[in-house]
Structure formats: structure tokens, C-alpha cells
Design a protein around this ligand. Structure first.
Ligand code: ATP
Length: 259
């Protein structure tokens, strides 16, 4: 895994991505840079093309034109698993929750999926102990430390979303893509997720799509706003709050409330 990126070089460069569905242009020369170690939020009104953009980054959708450069290399020709191998991971794209298994077993399986199991017999027991230790560490990071033995299917909605982030973390991403991590959460669950994501800042790079503006403005180092498939602004939360195009797109509503 390369660690050559300097802080002034973007980890991810999204270059003029165009994706059309028939007559509809869902992403229209979408362009943005994600810097290493930052929390970058992608916002935009409903139907702006946020999910379509994330799908193109993860490799589930191929753009019509444009480029995606990760750590200096184009990913455009690479399938999803090869992007994951390079460290570009979308939460719950690799592993989904096994509801009848425990939190710890779920995470241990995700660690195993990353590390493979081509070891000789005599080394397997030690590897398994290491896997479970790492799984327990990940559980701690996502706030599920006290729930290691709990069956995943019995977790609350918010806890299951925490586990999904944990499953992605177990693959040791360099850049983690999160599509609406706060969706369907109550205030307490959202607060826990915000704190969880703040705890990851610096250790990895996060690109998240989120409608909860309070969460976005608390979390993000950089915000990019997508309107009709175009990135109309990219900047600090203060810059985005003041941006006329962004305010127009939201008709002032959510922006006014975002602290
Ligand atoms: N597979 C598809 N086929 C046809 N049109 C699609 C497809 N996927 C998305 N679209 C359209 O592309 C546009 C962008 O959709 P997308 O889901 O990316 O927006 P979004 O910003 O994520 O919206 P939301 O915030 O509501 O989730 C929408 O008009 C949507 O209807």
C-alpha cells in the first residue's frame, strides 16, 4: 500500500464525470478533489446525482466520459474489487451483515475477507486469534465494544449502521465512501454516528453523501455541492454556507438551519 501522497496532493480526483440515463444527464462533468485525511461531504438536493456519482466511484456504474484518479492512478478501467484492493471502499459494498452471527463474528469475517486464508494449518490458529483481536478493536472504534456477543440481527437500526461502518473499516480502507450514514436515524443515533465518524478523522479519508445538514456542517472539512449533476461549489463549510449557487439550490432552508 502506497503512502507517498503528500498532504497537498489529492487522494481522489474526480474529473468531469458524465453519466447519462437516456435523455437525463445524472452527472454532468462532475469534478472535485478529495484531500488525504479529510472528511469531505457531498451535498445536493434530491435527484442532484450524488448516489450516481458514488456508484461511479465504487465501480458499480461506468461513466460515459471522464476520469477517476486515485493516488495518482486512473481507476476507470478497474472493476469494483480492484478498487477495493487499492483502498477505495464503499461502506457495506463488500460484506453485508450476517444477521444470525454475533457482532464479533461479523467483523472477524470481514477481517478475514481482507487478509485471505491461504495459511498453512499450523499458522491458522494464531491467525484466527489475531483476526478476532483486530475485530474486537474495530468494534471498539465503531462504538460496539460492549456488544461483541450480541447477534447482529438483534441490534438497533443505528447499531447496525455502526456495524456496517465497522465491516468497511475491517477492510482497512484509505478512502471510505459512505452513502447517507445517518439515514433513518433518530437524534441520539445520529449523534453517535457523528462522533464515530469524527473519531476516524485523520486516520483515513472519508467521502460521504448526507442530507442531514447539521451533521454535514459539524463533520466536514470540505463540502462539495452537486446541483443538476454539476459540482457548483467546493469549499470549507463557511464558504459553502455563503455560496449563492448553493443557497439558491436549497432555497435557503437547510442552509439557514445548519449551524
Ligand atoms: N438507473 C437509473 N436509470 C435512470 N435514471 C436514473 C437511474 N439512477 C438515477 N437516475 C436518475 O438520475 C438522477 C440522479 O439520481 P441520484 O439518485 O444520483 O440523485 P441523488 O442526488 O442521490 O438523489 P437523492 O438525494 O434523492 O438520493 C435522478 O433524476 C434519478 O431519477
Amino acid at each position: 500500500m502506497s503512502t507517498t501522497s503528500s498532504t497537498s496532493t489529492p487522494l481522489l480526483q474526480v474529473k468531469a464525470l458524465v453519466k447519462r440515463f437516456g435523455g437525463l444527464t445524472a452527472t454532468d462533468h462532475a469534478t472535485l478533489d478529495v484531500m488525504p485525511g479529510e472528511i469531505h461531504a457531498l451535498i445536493g438536493p434530491n435527484g442532484a446525482g450524488k448516489t450516481t456519482l458514488i456508484h461511479q466511484l465504487s465501480g458499480t456504474l461506468a461513466p460515459d466520459t471522464g476520469d477517476i484518479v486515485f493516488d495518482g492512478q486512473s481507476l476507470i478501467a478497474l472493476p469494483m474489487h480492484a478498487r477495493v484492493h487499492r483502498g477505495l471502499v464503499r461502506s457495506y459494498q463488500i460484506t453485508s451483515i450476517f444477521k444470525r452471527l454475533s457482532v464479533l463474528d461479523n467483523l472477524a469475517l470481514a477481517v478475514q475477507a481482507r487478509s485471505g486464508s491461504s495459511l498453512r494449518f499450523w499458522a491458522r490458529a494464531r491467525a484466527e486469534a489475531q483476526r478476532y483481536a483486530e475485530a474486537a478493536e474495530v468494534a471498539q472504534r465503531v462504538g460496539l465494544g460492549p456488544l461483541l456477543g450480541r447477534t447482529a440481527g438483534g441490534l438497533s437500526h443505528g447499531e447496525q449502521r455502526q456495524l456496517e461502518v465497522g465491516l468497511a473499516l475491517a477492510t482497512q480502507p484509505r478512502l471510505l465512501l459512505l452513502d447517507e450514514p445517518m439515514a433513518g436515524m433518530g437524534p441520539d443515533e445520529s449523534e453517535r454516528m457523528v462522533n464515530l465518524l469524527l473519531g476516524l478523522r485523520g486516520d483515513m479519508t472519508l467521502l460521504l453523501v448526507e442530507h442531514d445538514m447539521d451533521a454535514v456542517f459539524r463533520l466536514a472539512d470540505t463540502i462539495s455541492a452537486l446541483v443538476f449533476g454539476r459540482v457548483v461549489a467546493s469549499g470549507t463549510p463557511a464558504q459553502i454556507r455563503q455560496n449563492a449557487d448553493v443557497r439558491r439550490a436549497y432555497l435557503g432552508d437547510d442552509m439557514e438551519h445548519a449551524a
